[in-house]
Ligand binder design. Structure first.
Ligand code: 3PG
Length: 499
Protein backbone atom coordinates (compact mmCIF):
# COMPACT_ATOMS: atom_id res chain seq x y z
CA UNK A 1 0.00 0.00 0.00
CA UNK A 2 1.30 3.44 -0.94
CA UNK A 3 -0.25 6.86 -0.41
CA UNK A 4 0.10 7.21 -4.16
CA UNK A 5 -2.26 4.33 -4.98
CA UNK A 6 -5.13 5.71 -7.04
CA UNK A 7 -8.35 4.83 -5.21
CA UNK A 8 -11.58 4.89 -7.25
CA UNK A 9 -12.91 7.80 -5.24
CA UNK A 10 -9.87 9.91 -6.22
CA UNK A 11 -10.38 9.54 -9.97
CA UNK A 12 -11.29 12.76 -11.75
CA UNK A 13 -11.51 14.73 -8.51
CA UNK A 14 -8.50 17.07 -8.44
CA UNK A 15 -9.17 20.66 -9.57
CA UNK A 16 -5.56 21.08 -10.60
CA UNK A 17 -2.30 19.14 -10.74
CA UNK A 18 1.24 20.24 -10.01
CA UNK A 19 4.28 18.54 -11.54
CA UNK A 20 7.47 19.18 -9.56
CA UNK A 21 7.76 19.20 -5.79
CA UNK A 22 11.01 21.09 -5.27
CA UNK A 23 10.75 24.09 -2.94
CA UNK A 24 8.72 26.33 -5.28
CA UNK A 25 6.40 23.51 -6.37
CA UNK A 26 5.79 22.19 -2.86
CA UNK A 27 5.10 25.69 -1.53
CA UNK A 28 2.71 26.54 -4.35
CA UNK A 29 0.87 23.25 -3.68
CA UNK A 30 0.35 24.15 -0.01
CA UNK A 31 -0.79 27.64 -1.03
CA UNK A 32 -3.37 26.19 -3.49
CA UNK A 33 -4.56 23.65 -0.90
CA UNK A 34 -4.99 26.43 1.65
CA UNK A 35 -7.35 28.14 -0.79
CA UNK A 36 -9.60 25.07 -0.69
CA UNK A 37 -8.84 23.47 -4.08
CA UNK A 38 -8.35 19.74 -4.58
CA UNK A 39 -4.84 19.07 -5.78
CA UNK A 40 -2.93 16.16 -7.33
CA UNK A 41 0.87 16.07 -7.34
CA UNK A 42 3.53 14.28 -9.34
CA UNK A 43 7.28 14.34 -8.90
CA UNK A 44 9.94 12.47 -10.90
CA UNK A 45 11.28 10.91 -7.68
CA UNK A 46 8.36 8.93 -6.31
CA UNK A 47 9.66 9.05 -2.73
CA UNK A 48 9.34 12.86 -2.82
CA UNK A 49 5.66 12.63 -3.82
CA UNK A 50 5.03 9.97 -1.15
CA UNK A 51 6.61 12.10 1.52
CA UNK A 52 4.75 15.24 0.43
CA UNK A 53 1.38 13.48 0.46
CA UNK A 54 2.04 11.67 3.77
CA UNK A 55 3.31 14.82 5.47
CA UNK A 56 0.27 16.85 4.45
CA UNK A 57 -2.58 14.32 4.47
CA UNK A 58 -3.45 14.98 8.09
CA UNK A 59 -4.10 18.65 7.31
CA UNK A 60 -5.69 18.45 3.86
CA UNK A 61 -7.21 14.93 3.84
CA UNK A 62 -8.31 13.60 0.46
CA UNK A 63 -8.08 17.08 -1.05
CA UNK A 64 -4.45 16.13 -1.62
CA UNK A 65 -3.64 13.16 -3.84
CA UNK A 66 -0.46 12.05 -5.55
CA UNK A 67 0.63 9.83 -8.40
CA UNK A 68 3.65 7.64 -9.07
CA UNK A 69 3.46 8.08 -12.86
CA UNK A 70 1.99 10.42 -15.46
CA UNK A 71 -0.86 8.04 -16.37
CA UNK A 72 -2.09 7.98 -12.74
CA UNK A 73 -1.58 11.73 -12.47
CA UNK A 74 -3.89 12.21 -15.48
CA UNK A 75 -6.49 9.90 -13.87
CA UNK A 76 -6.64 12.02 -10.72
CA UNK A 77 -7.50 15.25 -12.56
CA UNK A 78 -10.97 16.60 -13.31
CA UNK A 79 -11.62 17.04 -17.06
CA UNK A 80 -10.63 19.16 -18.88
CA UNK A 81 -7.42 18.56 -16.94
CA UNK A 82 -5.34 21.44 -15.65
CA UNK A 83 -1.68 20.91 -14.75
CA UNK A 84 1.02 23.35 -13.74
CA UNK A 85 4.67 22.53 -14.34
CA UNK A 86 7.24 23.65 -11.74
CA UNK A 87 10.40 21.90 -12.84
CA UNK A 88 13.74 23.18 -14.12
CA UNK A 89 13.25 25.33 -17.26
CA UNK A 90 14.51 24.08 -20.61
CA UNK A 91 14.86 20.43 -21.68
CA UNK A 92 13.48 19.04 -18.39
CA UNK A 93 10.32 21.11 -18.89
CA UNK A 94 10.11 19.90 -22.49
CA UNK A 95 10.33 16.31 -21.23
CA UNK A 96 7.45 16.90 -18.80
CA UNK A 97 5.36 18.58 -21.52
CA UNK A 98 5.95 15.56 -23.75
CA UNK A 99 4.98 13.10 -20.97
CA UNK A 100 1.83 15.05 -20.15
CA UNK A 101 0.83 15.32 -23.78
CA UNK A 102 1.10 11.51 -24.03
CA UNK A 103 -1.54 11.00 -21.32
CA UNK A 104 -3.66 14.15 -21.63
CA UNK A 105 -6.69 14.40 -23.93
CA UNK A 106 -8.29 17.02 -26.14
CA UNK A 107 -8.74 20.44 -24.45
CA UNK A 108 -6.65 19.56 -21.40
CA UNK A 109 -4.50 22.47 -20.23
CA UNK A 110 -0.77 22.55 -19.51
CA UNK A 111 0.61 25.62 -17.72
CA UNK A 112 4.39 26.07 -17.69
CA UNK A 113 5.60 28.36 -14.92
CA UNK A 114 9.31 28.18 -15.78
CA UNK A 115 11.64 31.01 -16.76
CA UNK A 116 11.31 30.37 -20.47
CA UNK A 117 12.20 32.57 -23.43
CA UNK A 118 8.93 34.00 -24.72
CA UNK A 119 9.66 32.72 -28.22
CA UNK A 120 9.88 29.15 -26.87
CA UNK A 121 6.51 29.50 -25.14
CA UNK A 122 4.87 30.59 -28.38
CA UNK A 123 6.37 27.49 -30.07
CA UNK A 124 5.16 25.21 -27.27
CA UNK A 125 1.64 26.65 -27.48
CA UNK A 126 1.57 26.03 -31.25
CA UNK A 127 2.92 22.50 -30.88
CA UNK A 128 0.39 21.53 -28.18
CA UNK A 129 -2.52 23.23 -29.88
CA UNK A 130 -1.76 21.17 -33.01
CA UNK A 131 -2.36 18.10 -30.81
CA UNK A 132 -5.68 19.47 -29.54
CA UNK A 133 -4.22 20.39 -26.13
CA UNK A 134 -4.06 23.87 -24.65
CA UNK A 135 -1.05 25.70 -23.22
CA UNK A 136 -0.28 28.76 -21.12
CA UNK A 137 3.20 30.12 -20.38
CA UNK A 138 2.96 31.73 -16.96
CA UNK A 139 5.90 33.36 -15.19
CA UNK A 140 5.94 33.31 -11.39
CA UNK A 141 7.86 35.67 -9.14
CA UNK A 142 8.24 35.74 -5.39
CA UNK A 143 10.74 33.01 -4.64
CA UNK A 144 10.01 30.20 -2.22
CA UNK A 145 8.26 32.43 0.30
CA UNK A 146 6.12 34.04 -2.37
CA UNK A 147 5.02 30.66 -3.69
CA UNK A 148 3.81 29.74 -0.19
CA UNK A 149 2.15 33.02 0.78
CA UNK A 150 1.14 34.34 -2.64
CA UNK A 151 3.42 35.23 -5.56
CA UNK A 152 2.78 37.39 -8.61
CA UNK A 153 1.89 35.45 -11.76
CA UNK A 154 2.34 36.53 -15.38
CA UNK A 155 0.19 34.38 -17.66
CA UNK A 156 0.14 34.68 -21.43
CA UNK A 157 -1.54 32.82 -24.26
CA UNK A 158 -5.15 32.30 -25.28
CA UNK A 159 -7.73 34.20 -23.22
CA UNK A 160 -10.25 31.34 -23.10
CA UNK A 161 -7.58 29.08 -21.56
CA UNK A 162 -6.81 31.70 -18.95
CA UNK A 163 -10.50 31.89 -18.05
CA UNK A 164 -10.36 28.21 -17.10
CA UNK A 165 -7.41 28.49 -14.70
CA UNK A 166 -8.00 32.05 -13.50
CA UNK A 167 -9.98 31.13 -10.38
CA UNK A 168 -7.16 28.98 -8.97
CA UNK A 169 -4.31 31.29 -9.94
CA UNK A 170 -6.03 34.43 -8.64
CA UNK A 171 -6.78 32.70 -5.33
CA UNK A 172 -3.13 31.65 -4.96
CA UNK A 173 -1.69 35.05 -5.94
CA UNK A 174 -0.56 37.90 -3.70
CA UNK A 175 -3.00 40.77 -3.25
CA UNK A 176 -1.91 44.36 -3.74
CA UNK A 177 -2.64 47.20 -1.32
CA UNK A 178 -6.06 47.82 -2.97
CA UNK A 179 -6.94 44.10 -2.77
CA UNK A 180 -6.42 43.42 -6.47
CA UNK A 181 -4.78 40.04 -7.21
CA UNK A 182 -1.21 40.22 -8.47
CA UNK A 183 -1.99 38.47 -11.70
CA UNK A 184 -3.50 39.54 -15.00
CA UNK A 185 -3.51 38.06 -18.46
CA UNK A 186 -0.48 39.69 -20.08
CA UNK A 187 -1.30 39.02 -23.73
CA UNK A 188 -1.12 36.34 -26.38
CA UNK A 189 1.52 33.73 -27.25
CA UNK A 190 4.56 34.01 -24.98
CA UNK A 191 3.41 37.35 -23.47
CA UNK A 192 3.53 36.08 -19.88
CA UNK A 193 7.07 34.81 -20.22
CA UNK A 194 8.03 38.05 -21.99
CA UNK A 195 6.77 40.07 -19.02
CA UNK A 196 8.61 37.72 -16.64
CA UNK A 197 11.81 38.11 -18.68
CA UNK A 198 11.67 41.90 -18.35
CA UNK A 199 10.59 41.65 -14.71
CA UNK A 200 13.81 39.72 -14.16
CA UNK A 201 15.89 42.16 -16.20
CA UNK A 202 14.60 44.96 -13.96
CA UNK A 203 15.38 42.76 -10.97
CA UNK A 204 18.99 42.29 -12.21
CA UNK A 205 19.42 46.07 -12.60
CA UNK A 206 17.97 47.01 -9.22
CA UNK A 207 19.80 44.25 -7.32
CA UNK A 208 23.02 45.42 -8.96
CA UNK A 209 22.41 49.05 -8.14
CA UNK A 210 21.76 48.21 -4.50
CA UNK A 211 25.04 46.28 -4.65
CA UNK A 212 26.69 49.42 -6.00
CA UNK A 213 25.18 51.53 -3.21
CA UNK A 214 26.57 49.03 -0.71
CA UNK A 215 30.01 49.21 -2.38
CA UNK A 216 29.92 53.03 -2.45
CA UNK A 217 29.19 53.11 1.27
CA UNK A 218 32.00 50.66 1.98
CA UNK A 219 34.28 52.79 -0.18
CA UNK A 220 33.37 55.79 1.98
CA UNK A 221 34.49 53.89 5.06
CA UNK A 222 31.15 52.65 6.42
CA UNK A 223 30.97 49.17 7.93
CA UNK A 224 28.09 46.70 7.69
CA UNK A 225 26.33 48.00 10.80
CA UNK A 226 26.52 51.61 9.62
CA UNK A 227 25.30 50.65 6.16
CA UNK A 228 22.42 48.70 7.66
CA UNK A 229 21.46 51.70 9.77
CA UNK A 230 21.62 54.17 6.90
CA UNK A 231 19.66 51.95 4.51
CA UNK A 232 17.05 51.34 7.19
CA UNK A 233 16.69 55.11 7.44
CA UNK A 234 16.19 55.29 3.67
CA UNK A 235 13.52 52.61 3.96
CA UNK A 236 11.73 54.61 6.63
CA UNK A 237 11.49 57.58 4.25
CA UNK A 238 9.00 55.46 2.30
CA UNK A 239 9.63 55.83 -1.42
CA UNK A 240 12.45 53.28 -1.65
CA UNK A 241 10.81 50.81 0.72
CA UNK A 242 10.93 47.52 -1.20
CA UNK A 243 11.78 43.85 -0.98
CA UNK A 244 15.10 44.37 -2.77
CA UNK A 245 16.11 47.10 -0.30
CA UNK A 246 15.09 44.82 2.58
CA UNK A 247 17.33 42.00 1.39
CA UNK A 248 20.19 44.46 0.81
CA UNK A 249 19.84 45.70 4.41
CA UNK A 250 19.93 42.10 5.61
CA UNK A 251 22.91 41.16 3.43
CA UNK A 252 24.95 44.25 4.35
CA UNK A 253 24.87 43.61 8.08
CA UNK A 254 24.53 39.82 8.24
CA UNK A 255 27.04 38.41 10.72
CA UNK A 256 29.20 35.31 10.36
CA UNK A 257 31.59 33.78 12.89
CA UNK A 258 34.03 32.56 10.23
CA UNK A 259 34.53 36.04 8.79
CA UNK A 260 37.43 38.09 10.24
CA UNK A 261 35.35 41.27 9.89
CA UNK A 262 32.35 39.54 11.44
CA UNK A 263 30.25 40.09 8.28
CA UNK A 264 29.28 37.24 5.96
CA UNK A 265 29.57 39.43 2.87
CA UNK A 266 33.34 39.73 3.37
CA UNK A 267 33.89 35.99 2.92
CA UNK A 268 31.38 35.65 0.08
CA UNK A 269 32.44 34.81 -3.49
CA UNK A 270 31.78 37.68 -5.89
CA UNK A 271 30.88 35.69 -9.03
CA UNK A 272 27.16 36.33 -9.70
CA UNK A 273 25.34 33.48 -11.37
CA UNK A 274 22.33 33.84 -13.63
CA UNK A 275 19.88 31.65 -15.43
CA UNK A 276 19.46 33.63 -18.62
CA UNK A 277 16.35 35.80 -18.45
CA UNK A 278 18.30 39.05 -18.05
CA UNK A 279 20.55 38.27 -20.99
CA UNK A 280 17.64 37.27 -23.25
CA UNK A 281 15.80 40.47 -22.32
CA UNK A 282 18.72 42.65 -23.27
CA UNK A 283 19.42 40.70 -26.46
CA UNK A 284 15.83 41.04 -27.67
CA UNK A 285 15.58 44.70 -26.63
CA UNK A 286 18.73 45.49 -28.59
CA UNK A 287 17.48 43.53 -31.60
CA UNK A 288 14.32 45.62 -31.70
CA UNK A 289 16.28 48.85 -31.23
CA UNK A 290 15.22 49.67 -27.68
CA UNK A 291 18.00 51.21 -25.59
CA UNK A 292 18.22 49.72 -22.10
CA UNK A 293 21.69 50.57 -20.79
CA UNK A 294 20.91 49.91 -17.10
CA UNK A 295 19.52 46.45 -17.87
CA UNK A 296 22.50 45.73 -20.13
CA UNK A 297 24.94 47.04 -17.51
CA UNK A 298 23.46 44.65 -14.96
CA UNK A 299 23.98 41.70 -17.29
CA UNK A 300 27.51 42.86 -18.11
CA UNK A 301 28.23 43.31 -14.38
CA UNK A 302 27.34 39.68 -13.81
CA UNK A 303 29.57 38.67 -16.73
CA UNK A 304 32.50 40.71 -15.35
CA UNK A 305 31.92 39.18 -11.94
CA UNK A 306 32.18 35.70 -13.47
CA UNK A 307 35.61 36.56 -14.92
CA UNK A 308 37.24 36.18 -11.52
CA UNK A 309 40.29 34.29 -12.77
CA UNK A 310 41.11 36.93 -15.35
CA UNK A 311 40.37 39.72 -12.86
CA UNK A 312 42.85 38.26 -10.42
CA UNK A 313 45.55 38.01 -13.10
CA UNK A 314 44.87 41.57 -14.27
CA UNK A 315 44.87 42.81 -10.70
CA UNK A 316 48.34 41.42 -10.10
CA UNK A 317 49.66 43.33 -13.11
CA UNK A 318 47.64 46.57 -13.38
CA UNK A 319 45.51 46.66 -10.21
CA UNK A 320 47.83 49.20 -8.62
CA UNK A 321 47.42 51.47 -11.65
CA UNK A 322 43.66 51.20 -12.11
CA UNK A 323 42.97 51.97 -8.45
CA UNK A 324 45.39 54.88 -8.25
CA UNK A 325 42.96 57.71 -7.69
CA UNK A 326 40.96 55.89 -5.10
CA UNK A 327 42.88 56.37 -1.85
CA UNK A 328 42.86 60.12 -2.07
CA UNK A 329 39.19 60.33 -3.02
CA UNK A 330 38.07 57.85 -0.37
CA UNK A 331 39.65 59.86 2.40
CA UNK A 332 37.76 62.86 1.15
CA UNK A 333 34.46 60.91 1.18
CA UNK A 334 34.49 60.24 4.90
CA UNK A 335 34.74 63.96 5.57
CA UNK A 336 31.32 64.78 4.18
CA UNK A 337 29.43 61.71 5.11
CA UNK A 338 25.98 63.21 5.41
CA UNK A 339 26.12 64.89 2.03
CA UNK A 340 27.57 61.73 0.51
CA UNK A 341 24.65 59.63 1.81
CA UNK A 342 22.04 62.19 0.77
CA UNK A 343 23.40 62.32 -2.78
CA UNK A 344 23.70 58.54 -2.91
CA UNK A 345 20.05 58.23 -1.84
CA UNK A 346 19.02 60.29 -4.85
CA UNK A 347 21.33 58.33 -7.15
CA UNK A 348 19.64 55.10 -6.04
CA UNK A 349 16.18 56.64 -6.33
CA UNK A 350 16.64 57.95 -9.85
CA UNK A 351 18.53 54.88 -11.06
CA UNK A 352 15.54 52.80 -9.97
CA UNK A 353 13.21 55.07 -11.95
CA UNK A 354 15.51 54.86 -15.00
CA UNK A 355 15.72 51.06 -14.76
CA UNK A 356 11.94 50.64 -14.59
CA UNK A 357 11.56 53.11 -17.44
CA UNK A 358 13.82 50.95 -19.62
CA UNK A 359 12.02 47.81 -18.59
CA UNK A 360 8.62 49.22 -19.61
CA UNK A 361 9.98 50.73 -22.83
CA UNK A 362 11.56 47.38 -23.74
CA UNK A 363 8.24 45.59 -23.18
CA UNK A 364 6.51 48.13 -25.43
CA UNK A 365 9.15 47.77 -28.15
CA UNK A 366 9.22 43.96 -28.06
CA UNK A 367 5.44 43.92 -28.15
CA UNK A 368 5.40 46.15 -31.24
CA UNK A 369 7.72 43.74 -33.02
CA UNK A 370 6.31 40.40 -31.88
CA UNK A 371 2.61 41.34 -31.58
CA UNK A 372 2.07 39.79 -28.16
CA UNK A 373 -0.77 42.21 -27.34
CA UNK A 374 0.86 43.29 -24.10
CA UNK A 375 0.71 47.08 -24.42
CA UNK A 376 -3.03 47.43 -23.75
CA UNK A 377 -2.53 45.44 -20.55
CA UNK A 378 0.62 47.24 -19.42
CA UNK A 379 -1.00 49.44 -16.72
CA UNK A 380 -2.65 46.36 -15.22
CA UNK A 381 0.57 44.34 -15.49
CA UNK A 382 2.52 47.05 -13.65
CA UNK A 383 -0.15 46.99 -10.94
CA UNK A 384 0.58 43.27 -10.43
CA UNK A 385 4.23 44.05 -9.60
CA UNK A 386 3.07 45.83 -6.42
CA UNK A 387 3.06 42.73 -4.18
CA UNK A 388 4.20 39.12 -4.10
CA UNK A 389 7.08 39.48 -6.55
CA UNK A 390 10.72 40.37 -6.11
CA UNK A 391 10.10 43.86 -7.54
CA UNK A 392 7.45 44.72 -4.97
CA UNK A 393 7.91 48.06 -3.28
CA UNK A 394 6.36 51.47 -2.66
CA UNK A 395 7.45 52.95 -5.96
CA UNK A 396 5.30 50.53 -7.93
CA UNK A 397 2.23 52.40 -6.66
CA UNK A 398 3.01 55.77 -8.34
CA UNK A 399 4.24 53.85 -11.38
CA UNK A 400 0.91 52.02 -11.59
CA UNK A 401 -0.97 55.32 -11.18
CA UNK A 402 1.14 56.98 -13.89
CA UNK A 403 0.33 54.27 -16.44
CA UNK A 404 -3.33 54.04 -15.40
CA UNK A 405 -3.70 57.79 -15.79
CA UNK A 406 -1.92 57.88 -19.13
CA UNK A 407 -1.22 54.51 -20.78
CA UNK A 408 0.53 56.43 -23.60
CA UNK A 409 2.95 58.25 -21.31
CA UNK A 410 6.08 58.77 -23.46
CA UNK A 411 8.35 57.28 -20.81
CA UNK A 412 7.93 56.45 -17.12
CA UNK A 413 10.52 59.12 -16.27
CA UNK A 414 7.96 61.78 -17.27
CA UNK A 415 5.92 60.85 -14.19
CA UNK A 416 8.88 61.57 -11.92
CA UNK A 417 9.78 65.10 -13.04
CA UNK A 418 9.60 66.51 -9.51
CA UNK A 419 11.90 63.87 -8.06
CA UNK A 420 14.30 64.19 -10.99
CA UNK A 421 14.48 67.93 -10.38
CA UNK A 422 15.18 67.42 -6.69
CA UNK A 423 17.58 64.50 -7.02
CA UNK A 424 19.57 65.14 -10.18
CA UNK A 425 22.33 67.23 -8.56
CA UNK A 426 22.88 64.43 -6.02
CA UNK A 427 22.78 61.77 -8.74
CA UNK A 428 25.45 63.62 -10.72
CA UNK A 429 27.54 64.32 -7.62
CA UNK A 430 27.43 60.64 -6.66
CA UNK A 431 28.49 59.44 -10.09
CA UNK A 432 31.27 62.04 -10.19
CA UNK A 433 32.46 61.09 -6.73
CA UNK A 434 32.44 57.37 -7.44
CA UNK A 435 34.31 57.82 -10.69
CA UNK A 436 37.01 59.63 -8.71
CA UNK A 437 37.09 57.17 -5.84
CA UNK A 438 37.51 54.26 -8.25
CA UNK A 439 34.47 52.20 -7.27
CA UNK A 440 32.91 50.63 -10.33
CA UNK A 441 29.18 51.31 -10.63
CA UNK A 442 27.92 50.17 -14.01
CA UNK A 443 24.17 50.47 -13.34
CA UNK A 444 24.28 53.85 -11.57
CA UNK A 445 26.34 55.30 -14.40
CA UNK A 446 24.26 53.70 -17.14
CA UNK A 447 21.12 55.00 -15.48
CA UNK A 448 22.44 58.55 -15.32
CA UNK A 449 23.41 58.26 -18.98
CA UNK A 450 19.90 57.02 -19.87
CA UNK A 451 18.11 59.70 -17.88
CA UNK A 452 20.20 62.49 -19.35
CA UNK A 453 20.42 61.25 -22.94
CA UNK A 454 16.78 60.23 -23.24
CA UNK A 455 15.62 63.66 -22.17
CA UNK A 456 17.94 65.64 -24.44
CA UNK A 457 16.50 67.50 -27.38
CA UNK A 458 19.77 67.34 -29.21
CA UNK A 459 22.57 64.85 -28.64
CA UNK A 460 25.73 66.76 -29.59
CA UNK A 461 27.74 63.56 -29.97
CA UNK A 462 24.99 62.26 -32.27
CA UNK A 463 25.37 65.28 -34.54
CA UNK A 464 29.13 64.80 -34.69
CA UNK A 465 28.94 61.05 -35.40
CA UNK A 466 26.32 61.57 -38.12
CA UNK A 467 28.75 63.83 -39.94
CA UNK A 468 31.72 61.50 -39.33
CA UNK A 469 29.81 58.77 -41.18
CA UNK A 470 29.21 61.11 -44.08
CA UNK A 471 32.91 62.02 -44.26
CA UNK A 472 34.23 58.51 -44.68
CA UNK A 473 31.25 56.62 -46.08
CA UNK A 474 29.01 59.28 -47.70
CA UNK A 475 26.25 57.73 -45.59
CA UNK A 476 24.24 60.93 -45.61
CA UNK A 477 22.80 62.89 -42.72
CA UNK A 478 19.49 64.48 -41.84
CA UNK A 479 19.13 68.14 -40.96
CA UNK A 480 17.02 69.78 -38.30
CA UNK A 481 14.43 72.19 -39.69
CA UNK A 482 11.76 73.78 -37.52
CA UNK A 483 12.74 71.42 -34.72
CA UNK A 484 12.11 68.29 -36.86
CA UNK A 485 14.43 65.89 -38.65
CA UNK A 486 14.17 66.29 -42.41
CA UNK A 487 12.83 63.41 -44.50
CA UNK A 488 15.63 63.73 -47.01
CA UNK A 489 19.28 62.95 -46.39
CA UNK A 490 22.15 65.23 -47.31
CA UNK A 491 25.79 64.75 -48.25
CA UNK A 492 28.42 67.39 -47.65
CA UNK A 493 31.46 68.16 -49.75
CA UNK A 494 34.33 67.05 -47.54
CA UNK A 495 38.03 67.59 -48.12
CA UNK A 496 39.93 64.44 -49.10
CA UNK A 497 41.02 62.63 -45.96
CA UNK A 498 42.92 59.37 -46.31
CA UNK A 499 42.35 56.97 -43.43
C1 3PG B 1 14.33 33.79 -11.01
O1 3PG B 1 13.34 34.23 -11.61
O2 3PG B 1 14.52 32.58 -10.81
C2 3PG B 1 15.32 34.72 -10.44
O3 3PG B 1 14.68 35.74 -9.80
C3 3PG B 1 16.27 35.28 -11.49
O4 3PG B 1 17.12 34.31 -11.79
P1 3PG B 1 18.71 34.49 -11.97
O5 3PG B 1 19.18 35.65 -11.15
O6 3PG B 1 19.27 33.20 -11.45
O7 3PG B 1 18.94 34.64 -13.44
Amino acid sequence: MSVLDVKDEYVGQADVGVVGLATMGANLCLNILDKGFKLAVYNRTTATSEKFVSDNRAKYGDKLTGAANFADFAKLLKKPRRAMILVVAGPITDGVIQSLSDVFEKDDIIVDTGNAHFKDQTDRANMLEAKGLRFLGMGVSGGAEGARKGPAFFPGGTLSIWDEVKEIVEAASAKAIDGRPCVTMCGSGGAGSCVKMYHNAGEYAILQLWGEVYAAMRGAGMDGDQIQKELTRWKSLGDLDSYMLDITIEVAGHKNAESPSGFLVDVTGDAIGSKGTGLWSVQVAMEVGCPCPSLAAAVVSRQMSMEHIQRRLNHAIIGGETSKASEHARKAEAAFHEEFCRDLYWAAYLAIVASYAQMFEAIRAVDREYKLNIVGNLPRIISTFRAGCILQGSMLQPMTEAFEKNPNIPNLMCAFGKQIGEGMPGFRATCGRLVLSGESMPVLQASLCYMVTMSQNIILAGQAVSLQRDVFGRHGFKKIRDGQLTEESYNEEWPEMAP
